[in-house]
Design a binder for this molecule. Structure first.
Ligand code: PLP
Length: 460
């Protein structure tokens, strides 16, 4: 190369986890988009047949658009895959609203809650209490009382204190509360990997190793207010590999066998938790519900046969795998700032207040130009929010057409889980609405916050 020139084509690309740009930046990978998302003949992204340009006009940006058709189809796929011999509990913390509770109820799913607020939402929207399970490592006595009074189906006990607390409340109310015991099985599974170290060093559950879990069973069986129905395990999140569930199921069944040997009781249920992964980008390959159901069923049946136990009723608790893929976030581009030799920063009208996952977990997302198509060259971008943090990143590395301009709409797929539910008012941001779309009709299920909402809490 001649002195004084710089060959950009030869220069090392900036650091990041991106692969080459897709051949067609306008293409939509069905893996990451909700079921009814398409482009119309003008190139505009549509959901349920409605163009996002019109949706943006009507509902504003940023906003979450939730494909109700897809949500219901996923509920049914889980329900059908597990059949009548198992229970599917939707993990409400992924995203909960009254509309969601009604859809779950209609599609025959049960519901997990982990706070008084989630329980109140579930009951208000008419979910029968018997179909709700209550989790969490520090439920207050008031929350426990509310749950037991309502006739909640399961309370998942997470500590020795809680065993006594729930028994006490049940005693006062004169009922026998069905409970499970949450155990830590000594495996922790996270994105793409399977870690078998440092697993017991966490706040949830009672460890199988060292006998804490067995001691919890002993104590729970002695208390009149408790009806111990099973053992519960939840090993992590965004899991693709079934190996973690395999170890978990084996160890839970071992405990069931020990309980039988020591107490002469066969506990009738095991809950294997949630954590099934979804496709955030084209690189992720999630399993279908029927594959997961088959694998879990086989593992449990095999382990129970070898332990001489009747196969217990299995339950699972997918949150992300149901709601995650069903929604996308729509943003408007405000500024486009090229940094020579690095990448272009694209600022949108939301950010870490509507999607904290990128900052919190280094989560990866993709993004597409939604209000039109473009044949311009790909440019490497980072999509950032409008908050006062340099870590306020929505999409760390992606390619968008080089003619991107303020006013364009961007859509980020797979934001249905843990985005609106973790949204904050940082910088006094107004949390975005959730708009459900079904067969050509759009309706707000959670409205946008207003400045009045903010000021109402601020009593001066
Ligand atoms: C969070 C959680 C789930 C749901 O996890 P996903 O990754 O959303 O499937 C299920 N069960 C328990 C106990 C949880 O804490």
């Amino acid at each position: 190369m001649a002195a004084g020139t710089h060959d950009y084509a030869q220069a090392a690309p900036p650091e990041g986890h991106y692969s080459a740009p897709a051949e067609d930046l306008n293409a939509l990978d069905p893996k990451v988009w909700a079921r009814t998302v398409r482009r119309d003949e003008d190139g505009v992204l549509t959901v349920g047949g409605l163009p996002v340009t019109r949706l943006a006009e009507e509902f504003g940006t940023p906003a979450f658009f939730l494909d109700e058709t897809d949500f219901r189809a996923r509920c049914r796929a889980w329900r059908d895959a597990f059949g009548a011999e198992a229970d599917v509990f939707y993990a409400g913390k992924a995203f909960l609203s009254r509309a969601v509770v009604r859809w779950l109820h209609e599609e025959g799913l049960n519901l997990d809650v982990c706070s008084g607020g989630e329980l109140a939402t579930a009951l208000d929207a008419g979910m029968p209490a018997a179909r709700i399970a209550f989790h969490g490592n520090n439920k207050t006595t008031a929350e426990i009382r509310r749950a037991v009074e309502a006739g909640i189906g399961r309370i998942v006990l997470d500590s020795f204190e809680e065993i006594v607390r729930v028994a006490h409340v049940a005693g006062e109310l004169g009922v026998r509360q069905p409970v499970q015991i949450r155990v830590t099985v000594g495996v922790e599974a996270h994105t793409h990997e399977f870690i078998a170290t440092a697993h017991e060093d966490q706040k949830f559950g009672l460890a199988l190793a060292g006998g804490q879990a067995a001691e919890a069973v002993r104590r729970a069986l002695k208390l009149d207010g408790l009806e111990l129905v099973g053992i519960h395990s939840h090993i992590g999140s965004q899991i693709f590999d079934m190996a973690g569930f395999e170890v978990s199921a084996r160890r839970v069944v071992q405990l069931l066998a020990e309980v039988r040997d020591e107490h002469g009781v066969e506990l009738p249920e095991i809950d294997l938790g949630g954590g099934l992964g979804i496709a955030y980008t084209s690189d992720d390959d999630p399993r279908e519900p029927h594959e997961i159901a088959k694998a879990l069923g086989e593992i449990v049946t095999r382990e129970c046969e070898s332990a001489g136990l009747a196969t217990p009723r299995i339950s699972v608790e997918p949150g992300r795998a149901i709601v995650g893929p069903t929604a996308f976030t729509l943003y408007e581009v405000g500024t486009v700032k090229p940094l020579e030799g690095l990448r272009t920063y694209v600022s949108v009208d939301g950010g870490m207040s509507d999607n904290i996952r990128t900052a919190l977990y280094d989560a990866e997302y993709t993004v597409t130009l939604a209000s039109r198509t473009s044949d311009a060259e790909p440019m490497l971008v980072r999509v950032v929010g409008k908050h006062c943090e340099s870590g306020d990143i929505v999409v760390r590395d992606a390619f968008l057409p080089a003619d991107l301009a303020p006013g364009d709409l961007l859509a980020v797929p797979a934001t249905g889980a843990y985005c609106r539910s973790m949204a904050s008012n940082y910088n006094h941001a107004l949390r975005p609405p959730v708009v459900a779309v079904d067969e050509g009709a759009a309706r707000v299920v959670v409205r946008r916050e207003t400045e009045e909402d903010l000021l109402r809490l601020d009593v001066g």
